[in-house]
Design a protein around this ligand. Structure first.
Ligand SMILES: [Zn+2]
Length: 182
C-alpha cells in the first residue's frame, strides 16, 4: 500500500503523540492499521516529522531509529498511547506510568543523538509534566491523541479539516435521512 506522511499525520501537537498516532484506529480490531509496519515508513517518518510536527523547532533534523532498536521503540510507542489514553479517561494511569518510565529509560539508553527515539523520549517527558493535561484529548472521529491548543479548549477533533468535516458530513447525512424518512 502506498502512503505518504502528510501534515494531517502530525495533528497530535507533540512528537510523542504523532508517534503513537502511527497506529490508525488503534481500538478497532478490524480496521486498525499500523503505518510503521509498511515497508520504508519508519525510515520516512522522521523527515516528515522534522517538517510537520508541532515540536519541529525543538528537534531540527531527526534521524530514523536504528534497526536493532526498533522493537523497543515500538513497545515505547504503545506504552505512550496506553498511559496518556488512560490519563485522559481518568483510569488508573499511574500503573501505566511506571511501565512507560521504564520503557523511556530503556529506549533513551540506546538512542542515538538526533534519533527519533531520543526525540520521542524528550517529547514524552514534556507531556508527562505538561501544566495543563486537560488539553490532551482523544479525537472523537479517529481516536488519535491530540493537544487542544484552542483558546476555549473546545476542540473535539485532531484535525478540523479532516475529522471535523467527516463528523459534520455524517451528521448532515443523518439529518437529511431523517428529514426525508416517511
Ligand atoms: Zn481525528
Amino acid at each position: 500500500m502506498s502512503f505518504t506522511w502528510t501534515p494531517h499525520r502530525f495533528s497530535g501537537g507533540a512528537l510523542a503523540l504523532d508517534v503513537a498516532n502511527s497506529v490508525v484506529l488503534r481500538h478497532d480490531d478490524e480496521r486498525r492499521i499500523d503505518r510503521f509496519e509498511a515497508h520504508g515508513q519508519m525510515e520516512s517518518f522522521p523527515k516528515a516529522a522534522a517538517n510537520f510536527c508541532a515540536e519541529r523547532t525543538l528537534f531540527g533534523d531527526i534521524l530514523p531509529v536504528k534497526r536493532e532498536n526498533r522493537a523497543d521503540f515500538i513497545s515505547l510507542r504503545d506504552m505512550i498511547d496506553r498511559y496518556f489514553r488512560a490519563r485522559i479517561l481518568g483510569e488508573a494511569a499511574d500503573l501505566f506510568l511506571a511501565d512507560l518510565l521504564a520503557a523511556l529509560a530503556r529506549v533513551l539508553r540506546q538512542a542515538s543523538a538526533n534519533g527519533l527515539d531520543a526525540a520521542t523520549v524528550h517529547s514524552t517527558l514534556r507531556l508527562i509534566a505538561m501544566p495543563d493535561p486537560e488539553r490532551m484529548k482523544i479525537c472523537r472521529n479517529c481516536g488519535w491523541l491530540f493537544i487542544d491548543r484552542s483558546k476555549n479548549k473546545s476542540r473535539a477533533w485532531c484535525d478540523m479539516a479532516v475529522c471535523g468535516n467527516r463528523a459534520k458530513a455524517s451528521r448532515h447525512y443523518r439529518r437529511k435521512k431523517e428529514e426525508t424518512a416517511p
